[in-house]
Structures are given as structure tokens and as C-alpha cells.
Design a protein. Sequence first.
Length: 172
Amino acid sequence: MKKRLVFISGAMGAGKTAVTRALQNILRPAAMLDGDWCWDIKPFTVNDETKEMVLGNIAFLLRRFLASPACENILFCWVMDHKEIADELFRRIGPEALQGAETWQFTVACTPETLEAHIRGDIRKGLRAESDIPRSLARLPLYAALPTIKVPADGRTAEEVAAAIARAILQK
């Protein structure tokens, strides 16, 4: 069985989780991991200890999914706005776990207007705060510099973005 490990990055509110969930319905059998699930701490605390814990949790789960015969496609989404984040995760997963697996890195790309509209929709649903808008917009330019395949989300549904990612993967 051919294994695929697919990383999906994008700014907070870009639609990574919805796109990854839609992709899971296209690429089967597939496991999905959202990096935020590994950092669901209240209060949200960012320090060296929690960063180390989260990276370890993510790498552990991705290694387990890669080892599972039930998972052909392992889909991981997270706010990875620096190349070093993905590089560190690949290092922690290790070459033995990645042996024979195709790896893919995509970015759900969008304009500032689309990003703000997405976040405002989440605010109305009670999922985000107004303060998330400037924080996410400030980080949006970082994604353009990443060595990832950019998939535009402007004017597209999560299912359409997922279909574009699936086409890129399956046409290889």
C-alpha cells in the first residue's frame, strides 16, 4: 500500500480544517489530524514547554498513522507559517517512519479580504474573537514564502479546494 503524508498549512481562518476534512472524504482510506487538537489547553499557553509537548504529540500521532495498515493517506493541518515548523515535524517523525511515503505540502491561500470574511463568519458562530482578525492578517504574508503548493481558496468552497489538492496528488 502506498502511503501519503499531506501537510496543509494556512493562516488562522483560511479554511484548513474544512479543506482537510473534505479531502479526507476524497482520499480514502485517510486519517486526519488537526494540530490544534494537540494544543487544546485552557488557558492557551505558548512557551518552550508547551511547544515541545505539542510537536512531540503531533509527531507521535503522525508516526502511528503512518505505521497503521488502515491509513493510506495521512492528512495533517495546522498553522505552519515558517518552513522550520514542517521541517521539525518531519525530523521528529523520522526517516524510518517516512520510508516509502510520498510527502506533500500545500497552503490554503487567500486574500486578506477572504481571510477576514472567514474569521468574521467564525466570530458569528462563537468560534473566534475579533482580536483574531489582525493577528491572522499580520501572519498572512508569511505563507507566500513557504515552499508549498499554493491552492487558492478565494471564492471556492472547502470541497472545491480539497478537490484541487486531490487532483494535484493523484495526477503525480
